[in-house]
Every structure is written in C-alpha cells, then in structure tokens.
Write a protein that binds this ligand. Sequence first.
Ligand code: NAD
Length: 392
Amino acid sequence: MRKEILILGGGYGGLLSALSARQHLTEDEATITLINRVPSHQIITELHRLAAGNVAEKAVALPLAKLLKGKSVNVVVGEVQTIDVAGKRVSLGDGTSYRYDNLVLALGSETNYFGIPGLQENSLTLKSVADANRVFNHVKDRIKAYAASKNKADATFVIGGGGLTGVELVGELADELPGICRQYGVDFADVSISLVEAMPTILPIFSPELIQRATSSLEARGVEFLTGLAITEVNGNVVTLKDGRTIETNTLVWTGGVQGSSLVGSCGIEVNRGRATVNEYLQSTSHPEVFLAGDCAVVFAPEGRPYPPTAQLAWQMGELAGANIAAQIKNAKMDTFSPVFSGTLASLGRKDGIGAIGGSGIELKGTPASLMKKASNARYLSHINGLFSLAY
Ligand code: NAD
C-alpha cells in the first residue's frame, strides 16, 4: 500500500530529505508532501548579505514550487500548528490537517533570548529572509532619520552575540554602511557599530590567530568589540551591559543564541533540552516512524558532545533521513549517520574571511577564505540541482 511521507520544514534538512526519499521511492510506493511556512527554500547561510543589501533576495529565497516542479513532491505552504505523534497527524494554522505513515521533522531552530528582560520586544533577529529584509530596511531608515534628527541613537548600531551569525552580520554592515551614509548625506564618522559578546572572545571555535585576524580586520572598518560583557537588560532603546554601562541605540540585532523548534520540543517525542534525540539512523528515540533532520534534533558526537547545529549537518541529516525512510518502507537495511565536517568558514564582509578546513589543521584568511565561502555556497546549490535532475 502506498505510504504517506510528510516532511515538515523546507530548509536544508527538509528539502534534502524530500529529494533523497524521492530518489529511492517511486510514486506508487510513497506520496511525499513537504510543508513549509514560506514558499521558498531559504539559503540562511547568506542572510547577513541580504541584511546589508549586498545580495538580491532572489539569490537567497529559492521558490520551492519551482525547485520541486515535476519532481513528484507536493509542496504545501502553511504554518504547522500541532504535531500529533500518537494519532500520526499534523494540523496547520488554516485548519487543514495531514495524516502520515512516516514523518520528517526538519523545523529548524528559534532565537533564544535566555529570559533577558526586554530583549525580545526590543531587538531584531536574523533567522529568515523576512528578518534580513527587516534589518536592511531598518538600518537604511535609521541613517535617513539621523540625517534629519542628528539623534545619536539613530547612528548607533549594536549586534548582540559574537558567534558566526553576529560576526558575519557586523562584517557586512561595516562594508555597506559607508555607502548608505553617503546616500543620505551622513558622515560615516558619526556612526558607531558595536558587537557585544558575553564570552571573553568572539568566535571561540577558531584559533587565537584567526580570532585576532577577524577582530583587527573589523576594527579597521570601524567595529568596536565589547567582549566579556553580557547584555543583561533592554529597556526601550537602552541596552544595559553586565558592568552596568548602558548604550542608547535604535538598532539592536540579537544573534546571541538558538534553541530547537518549540513545536518539535513539545510534540511528545523524546527530547534533550528541547531538541529531539535520535538513534544512529536519525529516527526519534521514542517514535521510530519519525525521522529528524537539522537544528530541531540533537546528534551526539562519539565523545559525547552534541554537534553544533550547522547547515552542513542539516543537509547531511536530510539526505540520510530520506534514504532511511525509504529503507524502512521497503524493509531494507538503514544506514548509520556519520557526518563529514568540511570545516567552518566565516565571512568578514565582501572581501575578507577566515576559515578552518575540517580536521586538516589548514587555516585560511582573506581572499582564499572569502572565495571558499562563495564556493561552498555554489557547491550546495549545484548539489541540490544535481539531486533535482537525478530525482526521477
Ligand atoms: P551562537 O550560539 O553560536 O553564538 C551566540 C553568541 O552570543 C555566543 O558567542 C554567546 O556567548 C553570545 N551571547 C549569549 N548570550 C549573550 C548575552 N547576553 N550578551 C552578549 N552575548 C551573548 O549562535 P549563532 O552565531 O547564531 O550560530 C548558531 C549556529 O549556527 C552555530 O552552530 C553556528 O556554527 C551556525 N552558524 C554557522 C555559520 C557559518 O558556518 N558561517 C554562520 C552562522 C551560524
């Protein structure tokens, strides 16, 4: 009997699991339906560029309907409201519901505000194309407002969090703000760009040499680093730091942390700190017909530490989840998950970057890192295109 496969989420994990499942299953064997909040597959690793107006939206928001046209995957645009794992049914905000035999949960992550008073109400985030557009329009509006008002808070930009998201965003802003200022007749010397990081250093995943490189490259372009200083409260446009100092700003972008999707965390499958736990085949440890891909799940490395929630992990999980669902349906042997890490690359604006190539000890800085980051994006796009043409 034909199985119903439901995939929740059209990001890296969801898209790849749909394509991979379809590669292994005919239309007679399974119907595949992918549900996503928005009509596009979003290249979220490039959002920092959209947020600074350095890339066109169409380069980072690829229409799912177009990507999956003729590929025997149904695309539903809608907001998942409830996941009933006991009744094997998913309901959307518009009142429709979908039954499944096999489910992939690939709903990604959410911003973590850590309960900091006033933070959520008074900050922007960078988790989607809509967020990135909001940041760009907001930044332009603040510079325009400053041209008229000379209110210092309009020319003060604060990024909370010095992980990869915060640093990549600040790099782009440092490159693009001088041009935006020129457009509105504002002297860039009036602008202040600060990155606040709670830990003693930004980007602790890199070597001290690369951290130094990132810091000095960004400082040279006007970024001020406030490290070892957590944001403890936000009251309207006043940001308070751990040492009691305050910054008055009309732009706070919060990139200080992520947590698993709350829908997945509360749907009744087994979780660890809000993220679904999986076995070696990427099945839920409590519900074997449910597979997981991406940030909403936690995968532990052999030494017991959780892998960080990255696009490359989501992509690899999606491919295996799709293949293993097919194996489960056909009563064949499933494969175990053994992720390959190609390394970490951080862009520091248009022309600079740093990178550590997976496991090799090779470090990159400047143009090679920047080009490698572009190549890694191109590689992903060509990979999904390859899978599209392979899908029958
Ligand atoms: P993160 O959790 O990696 O970084 C958040 C940073 O905010 C941390 O350094 C933390 O110390 C800091 N912070 C927390 N509370 C704070 C506070 N109150 N005040 C000031 N700073 C505070 O989050 P992220 O950067 O969004 O990254 C999330 C995941 O996505 C990571 O696994 C990352 O590797 C991945 N990612 C990868 C890339 C890339 O490969 N280029 C880009 C973006 C994100």
